[in-house]
Design a protein around this ligand. Sequence first.
Ligand SMILES: O=P(O)(O)OC[C@H]1O[C@H](OP(=O)(O)OP(=O)(O)O)[C@H](O)[C@@H]1O
Ligand SMILES: Oc1ncnc2c1N=NC2
Ligand SMILES: [Mg+2]
Ligand SMILES: [Mg+2]
Length: 215
Amino acid sequence: MAGCIKIEDGQTFSKEMFCIPQHYEDYLESVLIPKGLILNRTERLARDICRDLCHGPLVALCCLKGGYQFFSHLSEFIINYNGTSGHSVPFSIDFIRLKSYENDGSTNDVKIVGGSDLSSIKGKNVLIVEDIIDTGRTMEKMLEVVSQYKPAQVKVVSLLVKRTPLRSSSYRPDYIGFEVPDRFVVGYAIDYNEYFRDLNHICVINKEGIEKYRT
Ligand SMILES: O=P(O)(O)OC[C@H]1O[C@H](OP(=O)(O)OP(=O)(O)O)[C@H](O)[C@@H]1O
Ligand SMILES: Oc1ncnc2c1N=NC2
Ligand SMILES: [Mg+2]
Ligand SMILES: [Mg+2]
């Protein structure tokens, strides 16, 4: 099973110790993972992934919208590692948008938004890049869609995997940044009803925030 950094229940930082946008200050409980630590972990994930996958053309597939920050930074580290290691391979990207959350729960209906033509992945090594795996339903749908395009190999990296033993499919990706407690997190492109994507750090939303931005 993939190694990862385990964030224990209750292991958080005071939001007063970080730069938090004023418009979100009253709606966050704590900082769970500061952006600097995210970037440091992402750099090592890029090296691990390159060592395993950079033997043939690699396509990184971004799971929009929540995965876009992690995808951007991971891709940059992969490009830098790929370009400086003795053996480099062509690296390309593609995007797919899946949506299943409303408020702080899964609708149990994972939708592909805006269609998706992933014919570019046929016969390639594909790295699916996701922000968080909670129930696992989104990733199950993603793997089903991707397999239809007959890639040579599919690996999955998720920045976060949430400890949700009672409601998850127990799916574990090939690469994991952090294992996190069963709390609703926001920030670093991870949203609550499209809010908080503009927050640098991964934080725990508070009750006021859940009510303020509930649809
Ligand atoms: O494992 P699951 O329970 O399926 O939850 C994880 C998925 O839910 C969120 O996406 P969301 O539906 O919020 O769309 P978004 O990426 O546009 O925010 C998140 O970005 C993951 O894709
Ligand atoms: O904690 C979370 N925060 C935002 N979005 C999602 C979460 N879990 N599944 C989807
Ligand atoms: Mg998502
Ligand atoms: Mg979301």
